[in-house]
Write a protein that binds this ligand. Structure first.
Ligand code: GAL
Length: 419
């Protein structure tokens, strides 16, 4: 993480000294990257809930899908000694922050709220550092989706492809009909998001686990991985020329307005369809990314709480943790966000068919062993390794002369070097 421990200790001390003695309403400051239309609606619900309890909401929204910008801002705030109450941090990074000694121990709130019984272990394990809760889950996102505009396929007179082999013929027809086959934004995290779904579809969940979780060198350098890169290059042909640096939600907008036909993106994309008043099954379809029907790549959003020494700060983390875990919040946030509640006991009565399918598949794949962490969304490996792999994927995506073999070797080197 490149942050020296003594800097952090100094920061925590400064915060403690600056804190006031006792206040009745707490100020809850949250750093996150939920800035698209659907995401902003979701965060507004959290703000509303806390304000209804008398707390003050201080929003630190850092634009940039996938959170790379937010991560940079958070690190700079540590150095300047001004940590927020909580920040959107996910997956193995929580352990890295735990090692810095800056995270709050939420054990009392977790015990009182019975979190261990309410959360599936695949979620609760991620929220704990050395066996103690330090983070609260807001949702479970599924990444391996393909968002489809069925009217675009109808216009082109072609069936929606069911496999990667069927894909080029269908995409050619879409292109001939003046429709962009694949909606995409050329940003490293989006390239990696598309690529991980291709790897899952081409190699299957066991291969995916070996490559991205176990970081198995032979798998990373295998011909299967090369085939996944070949497929990425093929898909690249069907992305429009203005894709460079386009935000993901603007790519989703081209599915909504029918300019494009398919987007490979996690179900935060559904938040955009919902915000635009679109109905799944009619205006758009949510289908598992090609070849990934029986697998589920999970991406759990969580708010990590920082140690507080003031009464106000302690109240802030307690109020925020309790609010986030409440069934009321888990329902309304996820209705807007496109994800499913992290708590398994929340009713899905108000949720659409995509969410219901995600929930069923989440449970089924956790039993069949085909529930896998998203590599692109930093659930599978350390930030350093996933950053290295992301660089390789993006380099390949943007360099026509780079071979699939060289790219596979690049992934293996990223896993080895931990740079
Ligand atoms: C993911 C995050 C989602 C969504 C997406 C786009 O990493 O988990 O909640 O925000 O990035 O920014």
């Amino acid at each position: 993480m490149n942050i020296r421990k003594n800097v952090i200790h100094a920061a925590v001390l400064t915060m403690a000294m600056a804190a006031s003695a006792s206040v009745s309403a707490a100020t809850v400051e949250v750093l996150h990257w939920w800035t698209s239309g659907g995401e902003a609606h979701s965060v507004a619900e959290l703000k509303k809930l806390l304000e209804s309890q008398g707390d003050t909401w201080k929003d630190v929204a850092v634009a940039g899908g996938g959170g790379d910008n937010a991560s940079t801002v958070l690190k700079s705030r540590i150095v300047s000694g001004s940590l927020p109450t909580a920040a959107q941090i996910k997956g193995p990074s929580i352990q890295e922050w735990g090692e810095q000694g800056v995270l709050a121990d939420l054990s009392d709130t977790a015990k009182a709220g019975n979190w261990d019984a309410l959360l599936p272990p695949v979620v609760s394990n991620v929220m704990k550092y050395r066996g103690k809760y330090v983070a609260v889950p807001v949702n479970v996102h599924r990444v391996n989706w393909m968002w489809v505009n069925p009217a675009a396929f109808k216009k082109a007179g072609v069936e929606i492809p069911k496999t990667w082999d069927e894909f080029p013929a269908a995409a050619d027809k879409l292109q001939k009909a003046g429709i962009t086959p694949v909606a995409h934004g050329g940003q490293p995290w989006q390239d990696f998001t598309l690529f991980e779904s291709i790897v899952l579809g081409i190699g299957g969940p066991e291969f995916y686990q070996k490559a991205f979780v176990k970081l198995d060198q032979p798998s990373l350098k295998s011909t299967t991985m090369e085939k996944a890169f070949d497929t990425l290059r093929m898909v690249r042909r069907y992305i429009d020329k203005d894709a460079a640096n386009r935000d993901w939600n603007l790519a989703t907008a081209t599915i909504i307005n029918g300019k494009a036909a398919m987007q490979f993106m996690g179900d935060w994309a559904k938040g955009e369809f919902t915000a635009a008043g679109k109905v799944p099954g009619k205006d758009y379809l949510c289908l598992p990314a090609l070849g990934t029907d029986n697998a589920f790549t999970f991406n759990i959003d969580s708010l990590v709480m920082f140690k507080q020494s003031s009464t106000d700060g302690k109240k802030a983390i307690k109020d925020l943790s309790t609010a986030v875990m409440s069934p009321q919040f888990q329902e309304v946030f996820n209705l807007n966000k496109g994800s499913i509640p992290a708590r398994l006991d929340v009713s899905l009565a108000k949720f659409d068919d995509c969410a219901k399918r995600a929930s069923e598949d989440f449970v089924a794949t956790s039993k069949s062993g085909t529930l896998v962490p998203s590599a692109a969304h930093k659930m599978a490996m350390s930030e350093a390794i996933s950053g290295g792999m992301q660089d390789v994927v993006t380099q390949f995506f943007n360099s026509p002369s780079m071979t699939s073999k060289a790219a596979s070797e690049g992934l293996a080197a990223a896993a080895r070097n931990n740079y």
